[in-house]
Design a protein around this ligand. Structure first.
Ligand code: UTP
Length: 233
């Protein structure tokens, strides 16, 4: 059987409820239907996670694990929503939302699609996706987000930041920094803990804009795509 793929969907791609989200989910379902290998999908928490974590902080919660648990709940809620949509669209989706990557990898043997959110405190869904890719022996982990590339520095604060098309995992580590979990809801382009796991397990990554379905189709189909390819060496 061909190796599965893993796709991390940044929560920001879901936006808020409405016709734009419906259109994006419909396009995603069409695209996934055309892919011939099984796919593990890991959904981020997006605005739901950020708002709930910020609210808890304002209410005085400062325990990092407790804040992380709030974020995990949001990721699982988003995962349930995506799984339900894909199921209604007629795709073969595992009925459960697994809480660990081992169960997810087992689900990928039986189903075309498994959708999950977070697992435990201390990292983000980027690392969950990378760990699932390692567990399921996926050929690659695709990280779909709301920026087109990995940049040479943070484009939100550095107008001179340059998009990168090809890089190695160790060059990515130079950008994201050491493998530590900074703060609940905080976002680097890719979770540095996941980058370390990818290095340790020789897992190539792709980063691309998940709003651009042609790019997504190319990346999932193993074709050249607009985005950043991050190779082992
Ligand atoms: P996300 O994976 O959405 O993280 O999980 P993020 O990087 O902050 O968001 P994006 O990718 O920029 O949209 C939301 C939060 O949930 C907790 C973390 O606090 C994370 O920041 N979380 C998530 C965990 O603690 N463990 C998990 O397995 C997943």
């Amino acid at each position: 059987m061909a190796a599965p793929l893993v796709l991390a969907l940044g929560g920001s791609l879901l936006g808020s409820a409405g016709s734009e989200r419906d259109a994006w989910l419909t396009a995603l379902a069409e695209l996934l239907e055309a892919v011939e290998v099984s796919i593990g999908i890991v959904v981020g928490g997006g605005v739901a996670a950020r708002e709930a974590i910020d609210q808890a902080k304002r209410d005085g919660e400062n325990d990092l694990a407790a804040l992380d648990e709030i974020g995990i709940t949001a990721t699982r809620m988003n995962a349930a929503m995506v799984a339900q949509f894909l199921q209604n669209a007629g795709l073969d989706v595992c009925a459960e939302i697994p809480h660990d990557v081992e169960s997810s990898a087992r689900g990928l043997v039986e189903h075309s699609l498994v959708v999950m959110g977070g697992t435990r405190p201390g990292h983000t869904t980027d690392n969950v996706a990378i760990c699932l890719a390692i567990e399921a022996k996926a050929a690659r982990c695709l990280i779909a987000t709301n920026v087109g590339h990995v940049y040479s520095s943070d484009p939100r604060v550095d107008s001179g930041a340059l998009p990168i098309e090809y890089m190695t995992l160790s060059e990515l580590q130079d950008i994201v920094g050491p493998p530590v979990h900074g703060q609940a809801g905080g976002s680097a382009v890719i979770d540095p803990i996941g980058v370390q796991a990818a290095i340790d397990n020789n897992l190539p990554l792709s980063v691309l804009d998940g709003r651009e379905m042609e790019r997504m189709a190319n990346a999932l189909g193993g074709k050249p795509f607009i985005g950043t390819s991050i190779e082992v060496e």
